[in-house]
Design a binder for this molecule. Structure first.
Ligand code: AHG
Ligand code: MN
Ligand code: MN
Ligand code: MN
Length: 365
């Protein structure tokens, strides 16, 4: 144990990324991006914590509706601007897509609406997609919230041949595709989330295991706290908004009812835990084991969560930790977005329990 403690004590995110860059020169530039992510998440953590002070004016609504049809919180906008600035000034990013931006934006902040307008300078190798403040409906009550980030490489190709209904629709979709924002999760080179809770946790994968860093506020650094974390294969917790249960797909209803009654594969009666912030629910699932999901229902036939900047990056982390992530019928990581804000049904977590969902859907076919 002593060696392990020695090995991980005081390993800051900066030192971790420097070591990664030395050992993997081909991804050295990603470590530059994580310098920006490190700073941005510390700043957002500070903003979220200080938003509860009497002098703060950052709680409440911005007063407009975003492209999702949601009433934007002030902190949705503030954190979005903060992340865009932090990522843009790395000089490594060609395109950014965000939950809070109608369209993907290029380095100078132009919306990418027409394939001719895309400006990608030399050295801007990456595309970043992000949800700047996940669970923001909870932020006024001080309930945990998070940030989700996925990093793709520019690969200058757009495999999707759009049989567009009308020219206008085609241009927009083609631009998003040409801007390389419509890539499947299997193309992700890195994913991370930051959880603003009792502590501030930065959880990341570069495709070789999942690493948890905890913000040590006395030194202002993220320090490695759980190297190469693995999710328990079995579990006794499910995490869904059960208010929608009667509207879910039949297979999903059957499995959750069996988990409630203790008649599922494990024979265990499950408990329900749900805080309404995906980052918080997924983090508990990763550490304790469990199944988190937002299934399709009769009202939201594609579920609620967005594939590009919630489903895919969180699925990458879950799979790298030995878990599974499915739409019920397909591996979430293999789903190619048709457009930036596409929603996707998803169930992710402990392998054996998620496999029950996959098997139930297969049987219902
Ligand atoms: P966001 O705050 O980024 O819009 O995401 C909210 C999402 C996700 O965090 C959470 O799991 C889900 O919405 C909760 O939805 P319900 O309130 O419908 O359960
Ligand atoms: Mn939102
Ligand atoms: Mn979200
Ligand atoms: Mn959000």
């Amino acid at each position: 144990v002593f060696d392990e403690v020695c090995e991980t004590t005081g390993v800051t995110l900066t030192r971790f990324m420097n070591e990664v860059a030395i050992l993997n020169p081909e991804i050295a530039e990603i470590t530059t991006l994580f310098g920006a992510i490190d700073t941005a998440c510390k700043a957002i953590s500070n903003l979220v914590k200080r938003s509860q002070l009497p002098s703060s004016e950052t709680l409440g609504y911005q007063g407009n509706v975003n492209v999702q049809g949601e009433d934007q919180k002030k902190l949705d906008v503030i954190t979005n601007d903060l992340l865009k600035r932090a990522l843009r000034f790395t000089g490594r990013l060609g395109i950014l897509a965000s939950e809070e931006e109608d369209e993907p934006v290029d380095l100078i902040g132009n919306a990418v609406t027409d394939s001719e307008e895309i400006v990608i300078d030399e050295g801007e190798k990456y595309v970043a997609v992000f949800d700047p403040l996940d669970g923001s409906s909870n932020v006024d009550a001080g309930i945990p919230t998070g940030t989700i980030i996925g990093i793709y490489e520019h690969d200058d190709c757009c495999e999707i041949d759009y049989d567009c209904v009308d020219e206008e629709d085609c241009t927009e979709q083609e631009a998003q595709c040409l801007a390389n924002t419509l890539q499947p999760g299997t193309n992700l080179v890195a994913s991370a989330y930051c959880l603003y809770s009792s502590s501030t946790f930065l959880v990341l994968t570069l495709g070789n295991g999942v690493y948890v860093f905890t913000l040590d506020e006395t030194i202002g650094e993220f320090v490695l706290s759980k190297p190469n974390i693995k999710i328990p294969e079995d579990c006794k917790i499910y995490s869904f908004n059960e208010a929608n249960l009667e509207k879910w797909d039949e297979p999903m209803q059957k499995v959750v009812k069996r988990w409630r009654e203790g008649t599922g594969k494990s024979g265990e009666r499950f408990s329900s835990r749900y805080i309404g912030s995906m980052v918080g629910d997924v983090h508990r699932t990763l550490l304790y084991g469990g199944v988190f999901g937002y299934p399709a229902d009769t009202k939201n036939t594609n579920g609620k969560l967005r594939l590009l900047y919630e489903g895919a990056p969180m699925s990458f982390i879950m799979e790298q930790a030995g878990g599974l992530s499915t739409t019920g019928k397909r591996r979430v990581m293999e789903c190619v977005p048709e457009y930036v804000h596409q929603r996707i049904p998803l169930v992710m977590g402990s392998k054996n329990a998620v496999q029950e969902v996959i098997d139930e859907y297969a049987e219902s076919d």
